[in-house]
Design a binder for this molecule. Structure first.
Ligand code: PMV
Length: 322
């Protein structure tokens, strides 16, 4: 029982279903990263092959503390909620969920987060964790939560990770479909060619999105024409994708990478990987996400090309994500 402060009387705690879980995919930005922060459009797709899941688990029998805790092997975290600092994004998220779902007291359980999405690699690991946790809590309390509301809540936490996020990550991950997005204006789902042979290769270099975004902001006046050029390119890319024109799409990926280089968000490793992909038959290659590390996207025309590009990228030191 808890005391309702308005009625000044005891009311039962809301029922919670321990064992409830939620999942969310990774995402990759096909076109328009960085420019999307300044109101230009961006195109992103969910990557359902790699996911984050969150689950509310009962305390193990030998757990004497019996206090709500968060456990995540991938984030190397095992901490009682009360021990987390108030600035911790997971703590902020749980508080936000409590407020949004009217949960006065944390449930007696462990929140376990499992993620196959590499952290700080441009694949939306932070937004995916937020969405999976929001969904796990909604399921535990029997709440029907729209993708829109899920995205709205996750966006609040994106502000902790990114500083000034566009909202592209949380929107793509919450709705789980390819989309053409504009900051503050919502999104339109887009239709992708049936066989989009998109290779996602992890450079292994970590990069902190908020730092890269802040650097771009510091040179905004210098980059403004490039940002507008990226916006025009993204509109063309939408047409190319919707027409199923792979070669135009690939050429626009190369051009987008070149413009991102101009904004100083690529680096030697990503440029080398892009060159390796192109030398091995990719029809387009670009960095994805904040850049200065993280992942490279390459587009292949055929299955044998895909295999050859995979092998060459692996040989060049990348880890193939998809
Ligand atoms: O690196 P990621 O996956 O967090 O993507 C960042 C994308 C940016 O356009 C650079 C920032 C944003 O908020 O859209």
């Amino acid at each position: 029982m808890i005391v309702n402060p308005v009625l000044s009387k005891e009311i039962p705690l809301p029922a919670v279903r321990i064992g409830a879980s939620g999942v969310a995919p990774a995402k990759t930005i096909l076109f328009g990263e960085h420019a999307v922060v300044y109101g230009e459009p961006g195109i992103a797709i969910p990557l359902w092959e790699i996911q984050t899941s969150a689950r509310l688990l009962p305390f193990p029998t030998d757990d004497t503390a019996q206090e709500f805790r968060i456990v995540s092997e991938s984030a190397e975290l095992d901490a009682a909620f009360s021990d987390l600092s108030e600035s911790n994004p997971l703590k902020k998220l749980i508080r936000l969920i409590q407020e949004a779902f009217s949960i006065p007291v944390l449930p007696d359980c462990i929140l376990e987060i499992q993620s196959a999405i590499p952290i700080a690699s441009g694949l939306g690991s932070g937004a995916a964790a937020s969405v999976a946790i929001i969904r796990a809590f909604a399921a535990a309390y029997g709440l029907e939560l729209s993708d829109e509301k899920t995205s709205e809540l996750a966006f609040e936490i994106e502000k902790c990770y990114h500083g000034m996020p566009s909202g592209l990550d949380n929107t793509t991950i919450s709705f789980g479909k390819p989309l053409f997005f504009r900051k503050g204006k919502g999104f339109e789902p887009i239709h992708l060619p049936d066989r989009l042979r998109l290779i996602v290769a992890d450079s292994g270099l970590k990069s902190v999105t908020s730092e890269v975004v802040a650097d771009v902001r510091a040179s905004y006046h210098q980059f403004a024409p490039v940002i507008r050029e990226i916006g025009q390119l993204v509109r063309k890319a939408r047409t190319a994708l919707e027409n199923g024109d792979l070669f135009a799409t690939g050429a626009l990926m190369n051009e987008n990478h070149r413009l991102l280089q101009k904004m100083t968000v690529s680096n030697e490793k990503l440029d080398d990987l892009a060159a390796v992909a192109l030398q091995n038959g990719a029809i387009g290659a670009k960095l994805t996400g904040a850049g200065r590390g993280g992942n490279l996207l390459a587009l292949a025309e055929t299955a044998p090309d895909t295999l050859r590009i995979h092998n060459a990228l692996e040989k060049a030191g990348a880890r193939i994500i998809r």
